[in-house]
Ligand binder design. Structure first.
Ligand SMILES: Cc1cc2nc3c(=O)[nH]c(=O)nc-3n(C[C@H](O)[C@H](O)[C@H](O)COP(=O)(O)O)c2cc1C
Length: 190
């Protein structure tokens, strides 16, 4: 039996993305974002409420970085989704995390997060549903600790977690259960 639940943005898992930007005087701001992701080989898409400090910063600087939040920094990651740089000028400072300027774009890199995409804004639109941004990925930085022996990111080492849009939980990512383009291959031979 299926139950009708109405209209909700119900997908699972949702990512926990950390969007870092510079405000005036290079004040670092970071926000927590679930409604963003990869939309092309070298592009990411962001959906931001235009009241957020991040929205203003991106409009002014034309750049941002997007990092994967990890469990060791879950408190700061959630805090970045509660506090606003508009009302709390020392928001980033309070998190206890540190940032350096990206060498490729006009945006900060949060040093504690394990994987960061450096992005340059290529499309910036106000839509009926909010501020929609497309960023071109111009660089990717990973902590050496999350790389395997071949230099690829090992997802298990990221310690990432996902967001549950149904009951607002954060969930650790579980064990590997398959290999894309291989697990379904036996059915190709039937
Ligand atoms: C789990 C989670 C996911 C969120 N996803 C989004 C999102 O996709 N888009 C958005 O505009 N705000 C989202 N928010 C809310 C912002 O992170 C929050 O309003 C934040 O205070 C904005 O910070 P800023 O004003 O410093 O930019 C999310 C918050 C949480 C906790």
């Amino acid at each position: 039996m299926k139950k009708e639940l109405g209209v909700h943005p119900y997908l699972f898992p949702m990512p926990v993305l950390m969007i870092a930007t510079y405000g005036d005087d290079n004040v670092v701001d970071v926000m927590n974002m679930a409604w963003g992701g990869i939309c092309a080989e070298n592009m990411v898409s962001l959906n931001i409420d235009e009241d957020h400090k991040t929205s203003e910063n991106i409009k002014k600087r034309g750049a941002f970085t997007l990092s994967i939040a990890d469990i060791p920094h879950i408190e700061a990651a959630d805090f970045f989704g509660i506090a606003s740089g508009n009302k709390m000028p020392d928001k980033f400072e309070r998190s206890g995390l540190s940032a350096v300027k990206s060498e490729k774009v006009n945006a900060p890199i949060v040093q504690e997060f394990p994987l960061t995409l450096e992005c340059r804004v290529v499309e910036d639109k106000m839509e009926v549903y909010g501020h929609h941004i497309i960023g071109e990925i111009v660089g990717v930085l990973a902590d050496e600790a999350v790389l395997d022996e071949k230099g690829k990111v090992d997802a298990a080492k990221l310690n990432a977690f996902v967001f549950d849009q149904f009951r607002s939980g954060y969930y650790a990512i579980g064990e590997k259960v398959g290999q894309a383009w291989h697990t379904g291959a036996p059915l190709m031979k039937k």
